[in-house]
Write a protein that binds this ligand. Structure first.
Ligand code: GUN
Length: 338
């Protein structure tokens, strides 16, 4: 691969001149510029990011320690992070870890060796071994995107999942439902747990009891939604409404209802969470809680860059606000006061 020296020789100028032409850092005569660009083109020369990094002590790269980019929710957040990085001139290195500590450890070591300028963390579960692992890398500016606590060396985002779960239950109650069930995401994940707590809180506040068999602790998978809906439909006392802790759970639940000849929303109303892109095309279009994924990505990167560029050490926290998106999967329940 051609070097800057090759370009300089080819164009008959010094390497300093080549550098000024590329970086537009000094006046260079028009015919010299033309000769340099012609040499660059002829030799297919690309300036070395590695050489640049050694000089300026940054790499313009951000590492994202993620859970699994295959899930539609994470895929949308990751795509938004990548877009935000691109707009700011940064390259994103994506590391999917599937909550595997060994993989988290290996990827953190690689990202540190690559001298990423900063680290975004979206690992779903924050157990002590992961926290101490992250602490080992506290010298790298770090932003945790899905956990509302910070350990002093990180920034973080409060996504108000509790409030989102609360909004979902309140909506079902206001539409006249009292027999309300839920299929949750993983309760050991912060998002799953907070949404569930908010949901239960709204029921308690409205003095509505929930039968134990109407609470199905599951995970963020369509299969869990499918199996959960089958169990609810087979109960002697069926609920009139269902809150799914994630839209992918709702996707499975709607499929099971269809397979069993149960109509949504006429026989059972369903509300989801996340507002992933495809929910508007579910059958029926899904009423859900909007998790502001793009704002999550943009705010996370902005705050991380603030830490990197301004060498800020104090931890900051920012908030996201979930919102109800009304579509067609919830209808009026038997207790609606007209
Ligand atoms: N694992 C997982 N966590 C989530 N948090 C919010 N939505 C999801 C999801 O679909 N999967």
């Amino acid at each position: 691969m051609a070097t800057i020296k090759d370009v300089a020789k080819h164009a008959g100028v010094s390497t300093t001149t080549v550098s000024h032409v590329i970086n537009k850092t000094r006046f260079v005569a028009e015919d010299t510029k033309t000769a340099v660009w012609a040499a660059i083109k002829e030799l297919s020369y690309s300036p070395s990011a590695v050489a640049r990094s050694l000089k300026v002590n940054n790499t313009k790269t951000i590492g994202l320690l993620a859970t699994a980019s295959g899930s539609p929710y994470f895929a949308e957040v990751i795509q938004a992070v990548e877009e935000a990085c691109y707009k700011k001139g940064y390259t994103l290195i994506l590391c999917n870890t599937q909550n595997d500590l060994e993989k988290q450890q290996a990827y953190l070591a690689m990202l540190a060796q690559k001298r990423v300028d900063g680290l975004l963390v979206m690992c779903s579960e924050y157990h002590p071994p992961l926290l101490s692992l992250l602490e080992n890398y506290h010298a790298i500016p770090m932003m945790v995107m899905d956990w509302n606590k910070h350990k002093g060396f990180t920034d973080n985002i409060e996504d108000n999942g509790f409030h989102g779960g609360y909004l979902a239950a309140r909506y079902l109650i206001e539409r006249g439902h009292r027999e309300i069930s839920t299929i949750t995401g993983q309760l050991n994940e912060f998002t799953g747990r907070e949404r569930h707590k908010g949901f239960l809180h709204a029921l308690k506040e409205a003095h509505i009891d929930i039968l134990p068999e109407w609470i199905i602790e599951a995970d963020f998978q369509p299969q869990a939604g499918y199996d959960g809906m089958v169990s609810l439909i087979n109960l002697k006392k069926r609920p009139t409404a269902l809150f799914c802790g994630g839209d992918v759970i709702a996707m499975g639940a709607l499929c099971a209802a269809g397979d069993m000849g149960v109509r949504v929303p006429e026989d059972i109303s369903v509300i989801g969470y996340d507002n992933i892109r495809h929910t508007r095309f579910y059958n029926p279009p899904l009423t859900t809680i909007q998790q502001p994924k793009e704002s999550l990505a943009v705010m996370a990167l902005d705050m991380l860059l603030d830490r990197i560029i301004n060498k800020r050490e104090a931890s900051h926290s920012i908030e996201l606000h979930p919102e109800l998106i009304e579509r067609k999967s919830v209808t009026d329940g038997p207790y609606l006061k007209k």
